[in-house]
Design a binder for this molecule. Structure first.
Ligand code: 0RQ
Length: 501
């Protein structure tokens, strides 16, 4: 049975090829999708075919591609393969697109996720020509049941000149009621407080709205989300999790947090997943999450009662996680709420709720500046995503990483980060498998001593201590944040030249 119950929109049902023909060279296209969930499954491939045909004729056919966050091989991947992306924002993790960005072929605007919708409204990115948004169903009155992510869909639907809807019958129809879409955002100087004071509070409505007059095509699909598997926690990620959990216990004992902690935000990736697994095995119970992505470990915590409820903008599940969610969907009703990413990551709300933010990093320097995005200063990995939204405004933030990368060739604790995403003013706690450095309330030199002693790998610890000691000695009038400028990035240069730091 069709999921399109609205007569006006039923009349627009067509093929992906016909829908893709409504997108032209140079268009800015806002697609749905966040961490491999809820992205359009059919139109991108049809669009990629049009691009390849145009390129074979010697014509240019590239678009500006905007999304919620990362998508999947069927969206970013096929368009990158067709060399059809001229600009991309605000986040990407597709390997092929990453290589095109790093080759200088694609202009990538790596924005804070909470900024992406408002900057669209502010007019910073230019006009949005087309929105291609996946939904789970269209109601008789034309309202849309969102699918497995919300991301920037509200903004794309509000702003696009032309709208293409993909109605995916693979998405559980019972997702209806799992969303909260807030339509109260305004532009300065007319803004009002976001009236959200509890993680699970509903401040909006369960549906997305669209002006039917702008819907130019509706495409029916039934393909699954990307659903990447997670690695089982290993010794390193378990050690990181154990340090972090000890610290949370310490904070509760010191009276700085209630026994149910404060709302948790957890980044994506295997380390973050291990931390959540560690929480599941701990004595903590009745916790809440105010986060971006619900990965498998969040379902485990909801099932065990460690987590009472979770607010996010997207799922990011494995195949097994999707099966578990779909089969037990009524168990999660009222305990999971998906919101727009401008609300899930809203600085005002994150600060009001007092979120505990836990995110991965590529490297940190001895003073606690964190690089989340760039390898050796220049090559993008994924993007800043929501890490800045949460870290800057969190009650308490953690940055997590193994102390080495690439089989021990790289120290993730360095004299100076090769790119800064989170400054020393923002970063509270750094954790590696070696230990945890609590940097709150410390001056730079005290921060450095703690980071080196607690977080650096033993194979690099003496060299870092030596660097700090010489930096302080050689410039006696510059001892606030001592550096040896010739040497500060020499570790990265050495890696580029020799394959080892
Ligand atoms: O690459 O697999 O090719 O060896 O980086 O590293 O250790 O598996 O860690 O999966 O947690 O990712 C920062 C990338 C960490 C992630 C980052 C290499 C390493 C490996 C991955 P290989 P790990 P994770 C909410 C929050 C920004 C966005 C964010 C990220 C690969 O956490 O993208 O936080 N964060 N969003 O080998 C060279 C180093 C390295 C290094 C690691 N120092 N130098 N390579 N690697 N450290 C979610 C969203 O916003 C959507």
């Amino acid at each position: 049975m069709s999921r399109v119950s609205c007569p006006i929109l039923s009349s627009r049902i067509t093929t992906a090829e016909h829908a893709a023909a409504l997108i032209g060279p140079g268009d800015n296209v806002g697609i749905s999708g966040f961490t491999g969930a809820g992205y359009p499954k059919a139109v991108p491939a049809a669009l990629a075919a049009r691009m390849r045909a145009a390129h074979e004729r010697g014509e240019d056919f590239r678009i500006g591609l905007w999304s919620g966050a990362s998508t999947a091989p069927d969206a970013d991947g096929v368009l990158a393969e067709a060399h059809g992306i001229a600009t991309r924002l605000p986040y990407n993790s597709d390997p092929l697109l990453r290589s095109e960005i790093n080759a200088g072929e694609v202009d990538y605007i790596d924005a804070h996720l909470s900024h992406s919708a408002q900057q669209m409204w502010f007019g910073f990115y230019g006009r949005l020509d087309v929105a291609v948004v996946e939904v789970a169903a269209i109601l008789p009155d034309g309202r849309l049941v969102p699918s497995s992510s919300v991301g920037n869909n509200k903004t794309w639907l509000d702003q696009a000149e032309r709208v293409i809807l993909e109605v995916n019958s693979w998405q559980p129809r019972a997702l209806e009621g799992f969303h909260d879409l807030y339509y109260g955002t305004a532009l300065p100087p007319h803004r009002r407080p976001i009236p959200l004071t509890e993680p699970m509070q509903r401040i909006g409505e369960p549906y997305l709205r669209v002006d039917p007059a702008r819907v130019v095509a509706v495409v029916e699909t039934d393909a699954p989300d990307r659903n990447s598997p997670f690695a089982e926690p290993d010794d390193t990620s378990e050690a990181i999790a154990a340090h972090l959990l000890d610290f949370l216990r310490h904070e509760v004992a010191a009276g700085r947090m209630p026994p149910t902690l404060l709302p948790l935000q957890s980044g994506v990736g295997n380390t973050a997943n291990a931390v959540l697994a560690g929480l599941g095995a701990s004595e903590f119970t009745g916790l809440t999450a105010y986060t971006e992505v619900l990965q498998d470990a969040m379902l485990d915590l909801l099932d065990s009662g460690t987590l009472a409820a979770a607010s996010a903008t997207s799922f990011g599940l494995s195949d097994a996680g999707v099966r578990r969610f779909t089969e037990g969907i009524e168990r999660y009703r009222g305990r999971i709420l998906l919101r727009s990413e401008e609300i899930s990551n809203h600085p005002e709300v994150v600060r009001r709720l007092g979120v505990i933010a836990m995110n991965g990093m590529i490297e940190a320097d001895v003073y606690g500046n964190v690089n989340s995005t760039h390898v050796m200063g220049s090559a993008i990995m994924n993007g800043i995503g929501g890490s800045g939204d949460f870290a800057r405004n969190a009650y308490l933030n953690f940055f997590l990483s193994p102390s080495t990368a690439k089989g021990g060739a790289i120290s993730t604790i360095v004299p100076m980060v090769s790119h800064v995403d989170h400054t020393e003013h923002d970063v509270h706690v750094i954790v590696t498998e070696q230990g945890l450095a609590d940097l709150r309330g410390l001056s730079p030199r005290r921060r450095a001593a703690r980071v080196v002693a607690s977080c650096a790998h033993p194979g690099f610890r003496d060299a870092l201590a030596d660097y700090l000691e010489r930096a302080a000695r050689e410039r006696p009038t510059a001892r606030h944040t001592p550096h040896l400028l010739q040497e500060a990035l020499a570790w990265h240069q050495r890696y580029l030249e020799t394959g080892r730091m």
